[in-house]
Design a protein around this ligand. Structure first.
Ligand code: FE2
Length: 185
């Protein structure tokens, strides 16, 4: 009994831990945007550099996590928990939307880092704040839906043999080091 519970906890821990890392990056994004807005010109260079680090962190952690879900977890759930099919389609399309917002934010930060003219700073700041806040709210909603739906189903509905099968697929996926490009090709 104890080993079954431990295996179950370890199994879900992998996905919940990834979400925790993404939640932390989202929090860092919000803090960095606030500093960029209120700390003024003297700290602008430092804050933009930190913003780029957070964006690259999200690109690495969140997109890798999403591709892992799409290549390993979602196909498994579609087979074993058919009632989730339409929700999984929605989550896939949200992944694309997230990637699009993130790339827009990255492009805006890169543009500002290269910008020499002071005159366009106000519009660049406004654009970055809008995309950044949109990304934060989007992520909160997306992660919350996944935690309340697919993660809860995984914890409560999968049988022992199904959990073993998924654990095996996850191990293979980790070994392949699945990246986002594999999921969208
Ligand atoms: Fe997701």
């Amino acid at each position: 009994m104890k080993s079954t519970t431990q295996a179950k906890n370890k199994f879900i821990h992998f996905f919940r831990h990834s979400h925790q890392e993404i939640h932390e990056l989202s929090e860092q994004l919000q803090q960095t945007l606030t500093r960029l807005q209120f700390e003024g010109k003297i700290y602008r260079g430092r804050n933009l550099k930190q913003l780029m680090e957070v964006v690259e962190g999200l690109e690495d952690k969140a997109l890798t996590h999403m591709s892992f879900q799409e290549v390993v977890l979602f196909p498994f759930l579609e087979t074993h928990v058919p009632k989730l099919e339409s929700l999984l389609q929605l989550l896939r399309s949200e992944h694309r939307e997230f990637e699009s917002h993130l790339m827009k934010l990255k492009a805006s930060v890169q543009k500002w880092l290269k910008q020499r003219s002071e005159s366009s700073h106000a519009s660049l700041m406004q654009g970055i704040q809008e995309i950044g806040m949109c990304l934060i709210f989007f992520l909160r909603s997306h992660l919350s839906v996944e935690e309340k739906s697919i993660y809860t189903v995984m914890e409560s509905s999968l049988k022992k043999d199904e959990r073993s099968k998924l654990a095996e697929l996850m191990k293979k996926g980790e070994n392949k080091k699945i990246r986002w490009k594999l999921a969208v090709s």
